[in-house]
Design a binder for this molecule. Structure first.
Ligand SMILES: [Zn+2]
Ligand SMILES: [Zn+2]
Length: 320
């Protein structure tokens, strides 16, 4: 996977070296660091290293065109015959400078999505997302003395604020980097079942064991979130501040099985649960996954985010 990044960097360097015979040893030294940078196991560092190594190699071709010009000057007879010996090959070289055609990997795209309280890293085959659990938007669930406090301003006339306030958390989500469909069904747990791109946990369609969200919905703030007893703010339904910012069809996060979660809109249409399978998802290409992937969608109707359980083999969540 790292090879396509390296090849365009090395090739022009090799060509440049073959032109300047004396410079072969110098060039071979400059190549060596590039190959050692490419060895780290995770893709994004390798890509970054490949891009970072472009400037050193591009200095080699820059010296080539400057040398042929002095010998052409002393012959004023304008017959143009002396030229061929001096200048044939160097001219095409600059066009070969590997100004990257960086096709960002889905992983790099995905890592770039996280913001706010969330930090995403890769460890082996695991995508690790850590979060303080503090929403990147205001809420009536911040203490009234907090600058991020705002009164309820949603449309729900039955709004009834719960007695909890947002508390800083230490949340760690471990997701498979390459999600795999599960052979056996596993139900989603109470508590976090996934994570939003702003670091706020996703919860499932239950308020408690076999207890529907019916009453709890009335305590969702104007961004569709609320904190539970330990102050862990979370979304059971569409995170309205995130879809307002990124669009209702945007990638909004991931469930613990590593499959992405999208908003309710697709191809200009608002989906309902009837458009989705028993896990509340389906498979097709998306802008982040041009090869296609299974993914979940939020819908306004129950079960909102997840139906019968995880489609894939879930990773893990741990508060610390
Ligand atoms: Zn809840
Ligand atoms: Zn879809």
């Amino acid at each position: 996977m790292t090879l396509p990044h390296i090849r365009p960097v090395l090739l022009p360097a090799v060509i440049a070296c073959s032109i300047i015979a004396l410079a072969i040893t110098a060039c071979s030294q400059s190549i060596a660091p590039a190959t050692t940078h490419s060895t780290p196991s995770s893709a994004p560092p390798a890509g970054a290293a490949a891009i970072a190594s472009v400037p050193p190699t591009s200095t080699a071709p820059a010296t080539v065109p400057s040398s042929p010009t002095p010998p052409a000057q002393p012959t004023p007879t304008a017959t143009a015959t002396p030229r061929p010996t001096a200048a044939p090959a160097p001219t095409p070289i600059p066009t070969a400078t590997p100004i990257p055609t960086p096709t960002p990997s889905p992983l790099a795209t995905v890592l770039g999505k996280f913001s706010g309280a969330a930090r995403a890293t890769v460890e082996g085959a695991t995508l690790i997302i850590t979060s303080s659990g503090i929403p990147d938007h205001s809420s009536p669930y911040f203490p009234r003395t907090d600058s991020r406090y705002t009164p309820y301003a949603g449309p729900n006339t039955a709004y009834r604020q719960n007695p909890n306030t947002v508390q800083t958390q230490t949340l760690v989500f471990r997701l498979p980097l390459v999600p795999q469909p599960a052979a056996a069904l596993s139900a989603t747990p109470l508590g976090p079942i996934g994570v939003c791109i702003n670091g706020i946990p996703f919860y499932n369609q239950y308020a408690g064991p076999s207890q529907p969200l019916t009453n709890e919905i009335n305590s969702f703030d104007q961004y569709n979130g609320h904190p539970q007893m330990s102050g862990q703010y979370h979304y059971h339904v569409e995170p309205l501040s995130v879809t307002a910012m990124h669009g209702r069809g945007a990638l909004l996060g991931f469930l613990l099985d590593g499959y992405p979660v999208y908003g309710p809109q697709e191809n200009g249409r608002i989906l309902t649960s009837a458009d989705l399978d028993q896990f509340h998802g389906h498979t097709h290409t998306t802008s982040e996954y041009p090869q296609g992937t299974y993914h979940y969608h939020f819908t306004a109707d129950a079960p909102y985010l997840n139906g019968a359980g995880f489609y894939g083999v879930p990773g893990s969540f741990s508060p610390r």
